[in-house]
Ligand binder design. Structure first.
Ligand code: NAD
Length: 252
């Protein structure tokens, strides 16, 4: 799909990979709605790219419905949804305080997996009402999984399960929504330099970067955004979970 002129929603667009994606889509001529639970962050990015900021907690069905309506009023129904909102939590199953509380696990799954699915189902309902473009295409959804979906580390059971869920739903969603002209994809990033990583000491960042076979550094958010833009633009891509990790394989 030609990005120029399309309305797009980027969740988690106030920071990191989502902010870079919002910038890249805007640079390619999209009308971008920056969705984030953090109003200030969303506003800062939206102001920078001439988009609209929409406060949205992706886990809230009613709130997300209202947020999508707000974006629709500003730009028309979105043909592009990029799910970047997510949280990362490191917690051992058997920690010092006993078994991992179920609420911890549920919260990560709620935001990362159920939040992404909530946005997918609501945004695709809107896309299905639009006139078809070339090849009958009406829209595209790109969600953010993680290499943890395939090779989760110690402390990542909840995170890996949430990202594995995103990876697993990509193919059935693509098959099911094809009849409406909607493509569904996921990108599974390895290690990227975002605020999640800025919290780590520089030497830890450097050693994590060095563990990546090529390019031997942490990924840049713009590199993730570039792949998302390619996913939007290339109609031949559908149902794929694309690893973007520099061939990273961390030991357990
Ligand atoms: P980040 O913390 O910089 O950005 C995440 C954004 O999501 C924040 O602006 C936050 O406010 C927003 N958010 C959190 N919960 C939300 C909710 N309930 N509703 C709406 N917005 C919410 O993180 P990032 O590194 O840019 O990560 C973006 C995505 O990429 C996440 O899904 C993350 O799991 C995934 N990911 C990141 C990396 C990495 O190395 N940075 C690797 C693999 C996957």
């Amino acid at each position: 799909m030609k990005i120029q002129g399309q309305a797009a929603i980027v969740t988690g667009g106030g920071s990191g990979l989502g902010a870079a994606t919002a910038r890249a889509l805007a640079a390619a001529g999209a009308k971008v709605a920056v969705f984030d639970v953090n109003a200030q962050a969303a506003q800062a990015v939206a102001a920078d790219i001439g988009g609209v900021a929409v406060v949205c907690d992706v886990t809230d069905p009613a709130g997300a419905t209202t947020a999508i309506a707000t974006a629709r009023a500003a730009h028309g129904a979105a043909r592009v949804l990029v799910n970047c909102a997510g949280i990362g939590v490191a917690k051992r199953i058997l920690g010092r305080d006993g078994p991992q509380p179920l609420e911890d696990f549920a919260r990560v799954v709620q935001v990362n997996l159920i939040g992404s699915f909530n946005m997918l189902r609501l945004a695709s309902a809107d896309m299905a009402t639009l006139d078809p473009l070339e090849d009958g295409e009406r829209g595209v959804v790109v969600s953010t999984a993680s290499v943890a979906a395939f090779e989760g580390q110690v402390g990542q059971a909840a995170y890996a399960a949430s990202k594995g869920g995103i990876a697993a739903l990509t193919l059935p969603a693509a098959r099911e929504l094809a009849q409406f002209g909607i493509r569904v994809l996921a990108v599974a990033p390895g290690l990227f330099l975002t605020p999640m990583m800025h919290n780590l000491p520089e030497e830890v960042q450097a050693s994590l970067g060095a563990s990546i076979p090529f390019p031997k550094r942490l990924g840049k958010p713009e590199e993730f955004a570039d792949l998302v833009a390619h996913c939007v633009a290339n109609p031949a891509l559908n149902g794929e979970v694309i690893r973007l990790d520099g061939a990273l394989r961390l030991p357990p």
